[in-house]
Design a protein around this ligand. Sequence first.
Ligand code: SME
Length: 175
Amino acid sequence: MDNARTTDYELLAQQVASLAEGTPGWMPALANVAALLGEALPSINWVGFYMAVAGPNDEQDLALGPFWGRPACVSIPYGAGVCGRAVETNEPQLVPDVHAFPGHIACDAASRSELVVPIHATAADGSAAVWGVLDCDSPIPARFSAADLEGFSRIVHALESSADLLGPAVGPIRP
Ligand code: SME
């Protein structure tokens, strides 16, 4: 089945933008986006966010953010696994067979393919930096196509333009 053809990424990107615009604080916004994507995308077992943070020795690290699916690895070093590769290279990663990806981190043994897209945040001075990633796993080999990558990139772009990623994680609850 061509999953990308069964997914209306334009509509999803609009829904992501309106969820992010209508929610104070990026954390509840991303929580709803993860829930939306988890319900909307066929044949996946996990979708969610990892956020770039400083690790215990000030090294760059990825911390688990809002997601849909089973409990997952809470921290991933830069360069490690598919997510770490995406932030280190600043490039999306389309992985048809996770078992063939050196260093893949198996949070769920059922996962067979994966798509990861870096998310950027732009500061007031116009400088952009990697804020984190949108990560999606599937139990089906080669679940994600180039059309899915394009669709996920639209979703990430909608998020980058609509969520205040450098603002407070939560609130104000009642503006
Ligand atoms: N498989 C990922 C780890 C995160 S889980 O898929 C939720 C990776 O190799 O980076």
